[in-house]
Design a protein around this ligand. Structure first.
Ligand code: G3I
Ligand code: 9MR
Ligand code: ZN
Length: 530
């Protein structure tokens, strides 16, 4: 039987706030025991509060006083939690594993046993790809497989890299992590080498003639649960899209400064690519945005609002190159209906960070407006945090496909307000979002494969399924009350929104993984746990 005390199963750093959750109505006595079996803390809780997202009354068990290194359990009545640790560098392993995931997702190249273990495979997806609707073929090898499937999508790639760049900016120690990749030990830090692997592929997805960027390259259909070299159907390059082209421009502009010190020619190539994409992005006007062309059924990353992508691109272009034109265009977008976020669909928050951190002149009124909007957003999230015992910024309507990405993203919005106001409460709240992902959640599972006591064993991820071994270091999508796949319907029908999660291979809407979910978590961890 799983314990009913929900705790960060990976553990805590000594000085962070530490709170477990227990379902119950009345106040309870709880105790914390160290590995020697000694009780190091005994306290009374407050009474439970009803949570509209779980349907449960929940009690907070605050044990922040326990700060000594060691392993512990918490007990309430006859219930005992899983064992967890307190230690300063407790997150090093999970951070590295989350980073190595990108290497393990490499497409178009052989992964050897030495670096990839059971996930080793020969080069995959290395035939030329057909440009949809034509007899033209293009070499677009490389990059990372997007997710549990083997598609490669520009929108997804760009936001992944943006989050990774922000992770590095917030925690420079990421540049020192030995990712145990074939290139480790070179002058370029491993994380930048890995990111470059994706950038090189993205550059191939830009049309040489026009500067427009293709939306994705995938087969027409999703393949079976096989290793990537066995997906051998024809590769199809889907049409240009405004979102892909704008996100591409933003991402390339961001990348320039990271590579300048190591490879000036590569940095210049990206600067040029960014400018070309930005210049033409608005020409790609398809009513309603990108949709799959006939015969192709893989991921769409469809987006009804394409303004936030342009907003983000304008901001990054200005930050990178300082041209007045980009500034004017950005400031013009500020007055329009843009969607703020750090996810694949709504990206304007990346634009805010770019405008607020550029060394070129900015308009103070606009900067103030952005800071106010960011703080307001965080305040709305804080209200939700205060309304439930998990202290996360979710109510019953927030459990959608990829909810764990929104958990991470909200943590980053709270962190933004901390940076703007200096108020500690935002930082403390942001950290609870990491604790939730690591096990303090009503699904009672650590949402990173390979970590924690209650592990995810059957992720919707083809290499994991083909090897019958969950690849470690993947952030799982998490509860989705929309019940978007048959397994979710069968296992979660009638459950409260926060519990609509099932550890089944076929549950792609709750149990898949993606590059941009890992990166969102790495960004938040770099912000609040460095
Ligand atoms: O935005 C609306 C929100 O306003 C509404 O309240 C809510 C209620 O359901 O839905 C929200 O939209 C959801 C959207 O994700 C939010 O990001 C859609 O219902 C949901 O269907 C959509 O899911 C996306 C899914 O593809 C299907 O399109 C996921 O975000 C996205 O991560 C996922 O991406 C797939 C790729 O296509 C293929 N590769 C795997 C990858 C991960 O599953
Ligand atoms: O594996 C696919 C996953 O990456 C997608 O997110 C998901 C939704 O588009 O689709 C998965 O593929 C399934 C397909 O949609 C329906 N037939 C079964 C496929 C494997 O579960
Ligand atoms: Zn591949």
């Amino acid at each position: 039987m799983k314990s009913k005390i929900y705790v960060n199963e990976i553990g805590y750093r000594p000085d962070d706030k530490k709170v477990a959750v227990f379902c119950g109505k009345d106040a309870v006595k709880y105790k914390v025991f160290n590995e020697a079996g000694e009780c190091v803390l005994e306290k009374m809780s407050q009474a439970g509060i009803l949570n509209s997202a779980t349907g449960d009354e929940e009690i907070k068990l605050d044990f922040s006083e326990v700060k000594e290194n060691g392993t512990y359990t918490i007990s309430v009545e006859n219930e005992k939690s899983v064992t967890f640790s307190i230690q300063e560098n407790i997150y090093d392993d999970v951070r590295k594993s989350l980073m190595r995931f990108f290497f393990l997702q490499r497409c178009g190249t052989e992964l050897t046993k030495e670096y990839a273990g059971v996930y080793a495979h020969p080069a995959c997806h290395n035939t030329k790809a057909r440009i949809y609707g034509t007899d033209e073929f293009l070499e677009v090898n490389g990059g990372w497989h997007d997710a549990g499937d083997y598609g490669r999508y520009i929108v997804a790639a760009a936001v992944t890299l943006a989050a990774l760049f922000h992770a590095i900016e917030n925690d420079e120690s990421l540049l020192k992590v030995d990712m145990q990749i074939p290139e480790s030990g070179q002058a370029m830090p491993d994380i930048l080498t890995e990111i470059r692997y994706e950038l090189e592929w993205m550059l191939k997805m830009q049309d040489k003639a026009t500067g427009k960027v293709y939306h994705k390259v995938t087969c027409a259909n999703f393949c079976d649960f096989v290793m990537p070299e066995h997906e051998t159907e024809e590769l199809i390059i889907c049409p240009f899209s405004l979102t892909a082209t704008a996100d591409f421009a933003a991402c390339m502009a961001m990348a320039v400064k990271f590579y300048e010190p190591y490879d000036k020619a590569f940095a210049d190539k990206m600067a040029k690519a960014a400018k070309r994409a930005y210049a033409v992005m608005r020409e790609i006007q398809v009513p309603g945005g990108f949709l799959n062309p006939e015969g192709v059924v893989t991921g769409t990353y469809e987006d009804k609002n394409e303004l936030d992508e342009q907003y983000w691109a304008a901001a990054e272009m200005y930050k990178a190159f300082g041209d007045e034109l980009y500034k004017n265009e950005f400031e013009n977008y500020v007055n329009q209906e843009v969607m703020h976020g750090y996810g694949w669909e709504d990206v304007a928050s990346f634009g805010n960070l770019a405008y607020l951190s550029t060394s070129y002149p900015t308009d103070e009124k606009i900067a103030d407006k952005l800071r106010n909007a960011m703080t307001e957003k965080a305040d709305a999230l804080m209200q939700k945090c205060n309304a439930n015992s998990y202290e996360i910024s979710f109510d019953e309507n927030d459990y959608i496909w990829g909810s764990n990405m929104y958990i991470a993203e909200n943590g980053s919005h709270l962190f933004d307000a901390y940076k703007i106001t200096g108020e500690e409460k935002y930082l403390v709240a942001a950290k609870e979002h990491v604790h939730y992902i690591f096990g303090k959640n009503p699904c009672n599972v650590c949402f990173i494969t390979g970590f924690g006591t209650n592990q995810v064993l059957n992720p919707h991820h083809r290499p994991s399924a083909a090897t019958k071994q969950a690849m470690p270091g993947m952030l799982i999508g998490g509860p989705d009350s929309g019940l978007h796949d048959p397994d979710a319907v069968r296992d979660c029908m009638g459950l409260a929104p926060a519990k609509c999660y099932t550890d089944k291979l076929l549950s792609y809407s709750t149990n898949e993984v993606t590059i941009y979910w890992n990166s969102a978590l790495l960004m938040l961890m770099a912000q609040v746990l460095n």
